[in-house]
Design a binder for this molecule. Structure first.
Ligand code: NAP
Ligand code: ZN
Length: 349
């Protein structure tokens, strides 16, 4: 076993603090990474504080992991020691159900294994990226083609990037389509960059007027303050797709009115408490849909990383020390992040 320093929450109400964990020795199909940077996702906070009521403690969050390969198993081809690599939200799945067969491991019919919080509801726990090193099956490790100097800003692509890329691809964002992104946080700012690079017209919806200039700089064609009914009314029936990244419960009715006939509102935000059910008329009269989307499979995550490398896309980040994590969580709750915290793991050594 490999002893590793980490940061863990011991209960829903305790701050994250130093903790020691063990990783398995790399098997023939495993890769061991020295973790250099780990992004801070709002899901880390939901999990550390048991907001989804399924947290296994101690909880070591972190699923936006980038680092350097330090060891590869005897059967591993395609990776060698010294290379950069990434690990996202998944570290295993059954490998034989129809979803796994289509490369959609996140929808594994026998339950995927999360990078942290394992198979929730009773299975074995797993420990995430707020740690020095991790050992992962090769088939769940991603190649990084970005320049090494950008490595910290690549980390958030492993969750925020793929979680927005996947629905944008699935619902065919591209030239001739108008896409709304709701919430300018970690996911939202990646959604703006990626939808723009795909060729769509991008409208960013925010509750924070002070983020307007940033949204335009990040790639939005237009910004709408979602709390202003007049601004919302001007966009009625104009959007083909909306990706809602908001981390808190809110009404969906006003967003539905923005969709064209046959448009789709896709929920990716996963708040502690559910959104109130929308009025059916908002769906019925224009045959609109509400959908959801979960991260993305490994094949699509690699496709997204390559797309971002080709388009020069990384995350806008604030690099933090490991011991700043509890303050970072408080700032995330106040929407005070531009636009993703990334932990420099050298500060844990
Ligand atoms: P984040 O950085 O905190 O961003 C969330 C944004 O939502 C905020 O910047 C803010 O944008 C808006 N917001 C937050 N609280 C709000 C409130 N009370 N009222 C209105 N707007 C509010 O979070 P994130 O890391 O992007 O994650 C967003 C959500 O997606 C979380 O629930 C997370 O768990 C979930 N998630 C889902 C998946 C998936 O696979 N579906 C994957 C990763 C994360 P404005 O200031 O612009 O309004
Ligand atoms: Zn995440």
């Amino acid at each position: 076993m490999i002893k590793t320093k980490a940061y863990a929450a011991q209960s829903a109400s305790t701050a994250l603090a130093p903790f020691s964990i063990e990783r398995r020795d790399p098997g023939p199909h495993d890769i061991q990474l020295e973790i250099l940077y780990c992004g801070v996702c709002h899901s880390d906070l939901h999990t550390a504080r048991n907001e989804w009521r399924n947290t296994l403690y101690p909880s070591v969050p972190g699923h936006e992991i980038v680092g350097r390969v330090v060891a590869v198993g005897s059967q591993v081809r395609g990776f060698k020691a010294g290379e950069l690599a990434g690990v996202g939200c998944l570290v295993d799945s059954c490998g034989h159900c129809p979803s796994c067969g289509e490369g959609l491991e996140q929808y594994c019919e026998n339950g995927f294994v999360g990078t942290y919080n394992g198979p929730a509801f009773g299975g074995e726990n797993t420990y995430g990226g707020y740690s020095q090193t991790i050992v992962v099956k090769k088939s769940f490790v991603l190649k990084i083609r970005h320049d090494e100097k950008q490595l910290a800003a690549v980390a958030p692509l492993l969750c925020a990037g793929i979680t927005t890329y996947s629905p944008l691809r699935h619902w065919k964002a591209g030239p001739g389509k108008t896409v709304g992104i709701v919430g300018l946080g970690g996911l939202g700012h990646m959604g703006v960059k990626i939808a723009r690079a795909m060729g769509a017209r991008v409208v960013l919806f925010t509750t924070s007027p002070a983020k307007t200039d940033d949204a335009l700089r990040l790639g939005a064609h237009e910004v709408c303050i979602s709390t202003d009914p007049a601004q919302m009314a001007r966009l009625a029936n104009k959007l083909d797709l909306i990706v809602d990244t908001v981390a808190a419960s809110h009404s969906l009715d006003a967003l539905l009115t923005l969709l064209k006939r046959d448009g789709t509102l896709t929920l990716v935000g996963a708040p502690e408490n559910p959104h109130p059910a929308p009025h059916p008329f908002g769906l019925i009269f224009k045959r609109r849909s509400i959908a959801g989307s979960l991260i993305g499979g490994i094949r699509e995550t690699q496709e997204m990383l390559d797309f971002c490398a080709d388009h020069g896309i990384v995350s806008d980040i604030e690099t933090i020390r490991m011991d700043y994590i509890n303050t970072a969580y408080e700032r995330m709750l106040k929407s005070d992040v531009k636009y993703r915290f990334v932990i420099d793991m050298a500060t844990l050594r």
